[in-house]
Structures are given as structure tokens and as C-alpha cells.
Design a protein around this ligand. Sequence first.
Ligand code: DP6
Length: 333
Amino acid sequence: MKKADVVHLILGDRRRVPARHLSGKAFAPSNIALCKYWGKREQELNLPVTSSLSISLGDQGASAVLTIHDRAHDEIVLNGKSVDVSAPFSQRLSHFLNLFRLNPTQRFSIFIETNVPIAAGLASSACGFASIVKALDALFGWELSNKELSILARLGSGSASRSIWQGFVEWHRGLRDDGMDCFAEAIPDVWADLRIGLLILSAKEKGLASREAMQRTVTNGSLYSAWPAKVSSDLFLLKQAIADRDFQTLGKTAESNALAMHATMLSAWPPIQYAIPETLLTMQKVWALREQGLPLYFTQDAGPNLKLLFCKQDVEQVVSHFPEVKVVDPFVA
Ligand code: DP6
């Protein structure tokens, strides 16, 4: 099954209907996985080996504005700067937009503004693709459900399926080959005291794209076979912790899950390591502060930066130890 077949399944006859508006505008939040998506069972549709669970970052994410024109290329402007058509980012986006053009000559102007650092492991491709899918829905007037938008966003990037929603989000692995049961859904709990700290340790673009890293891990990571069982037990613990507002279990499970994901990468060949010396020093600092009684945990994605997990009453202490941290209240949109 191809991506275009999935688009046909979801849009049906709506795929042939011209845009209802002159432009489509939408925002999608960035999301941080507490139980990671690491590995695909099917590459074309980004169908994951396991389910995953994330928290969206409220007002931190991407806004996209789409319009239609007939020039030779799509025009992509990212944070006020025009992106060259030959850049990998443009290629990936135009390739994705091919799925939605009314005719082969139709081109889009895409203006994306983000308030999260690009390609620094802060899940900007997730909020980028999710905002574009939502902006397409607004432009064409499809009026799709969030479940359908989540499936379309997944075709751009797996983790984008979760950025359709705010709050806690579970992305269901699904069993079907066409992925129609593989979508993200919100977990309705609101945990107003929870805080996320974004710690940029290096703003450089990551070396190895998560897509390649994940595939190499699945193909030859000697520890990867233990990953699905780790995810099942972590998903269970996280859902229970969310229901009980049990911060220690939430933090411990998220941190352990991230470390286990990175262990699967170290077991691949050639080995994959996203940590830089500052990453390891910061992890040790978090562990030392925890020893001293501060309830503070971290998670790490496919990059050197860390995201801290803590509660509202500890914001001052966390900021005093990490003055450069950006504190996000995930439940304020
Ligand atoms: C480490 O969603 O970027 O952030 O589906 O290939 O586009 P593709 O991968 P992507 O991978 C995200 C990996 C992660 C973990 C997570 O967000 O769950």
C-alpha cells in the first residue's frame, strides 16, 4: 500500500474538490514522547513497531499558512527565510504535498513559523507536518476528524501523528496493513502542575536523521529485540501514573524509557550516539539533584538536548540549577 492509497481512503471524492478558501492556517504543538516511538514495522506508511505516549507542548510548536499558486515550484518560507527548492527540507515537504495536489501543476506557498528550535531534537518535524496537514484541511475545507488528520500527519513523519492533539497523547500501533487503526488519540487527563524544561545543550543540527538511526537500530541493533516488551510495560506504568498523578512513576518511567531507547542505538552497528559530553554531564547533574531530594527527571530524543520533567512547585529550584532552561506549561495552549 502506498501513501497515495491512504490519502484516497481518507479523502475519497473530497480529493477532487478545489480549495474552498484562499488560504489555510493552523497551529500544531510540538510533542515530547514519554514512551518513545523507535522502529517501524512498515516504512512507506510510517507504521510503528510499538505504540507510544507523549505530551504536547501547549503553545510551543509550528504555525503554517498555505496558499495555492501555479509557479514552477512550491515556495517554502521557514521563520521568515526562504528555503531553497533543492534543500532536503523542501524536497521532503514537496514530496509530501504531492499527495494533496489537485493537479500536477498545482503548487503551494508554505509559510511556517516555529517557536521551538529546528532539528535540535525538539520534535519540530512533528509539529511541522501536523500544522501543514491541519492547514491543508482548512484550505480545502475537508473538515476531517482529528483521527483522520493524525493518520495523514503520520504519512509525513511518525511522531507528527501525535502533534494533532494537545495534552497527553497515545499513538496506537494498530494491526492493519493500511494503517487505518494506527492513529493518535488524546488521553483526557489534565495535569496542571506538570512542567517540561527544554535544555538546549547544542543548537547544531543533528548528524544522523532519526529516520536512518531508527532503521539501522531495527535492522541490526542487538538489544532491539528487548524494546517492544519494555514499551508495553512502560505504557502501562505511564497511563497508571497519569491517572494517579504519580509524578515519581511518570518521571522514572519516562527517563528509563529514553535511556533504554538510546541503549538500543548503542547496540547497533555502526553504533549510534546522540549524546555529547554536555548531555552526559547534565544527566549526572539531574541524578545528583535527585539524590538530594529534588524530584527531577529527564528524557532525550534523537539529539543531544535534554527535556526535564518536574512539577510547578519546583520551578524556582530547577531554574536556579539550570538558568538557561525554557520552562513550558504543557496545559496552557
Ligand atoms: C526519538 O517521527 O522523526 O523523537 O517517522 O521517520 O519521521 P519518522 O521519525 P520521527 O521519529 C521520532 C523519534 C523520537 C521518539 C518519539 O518522538 O517518539
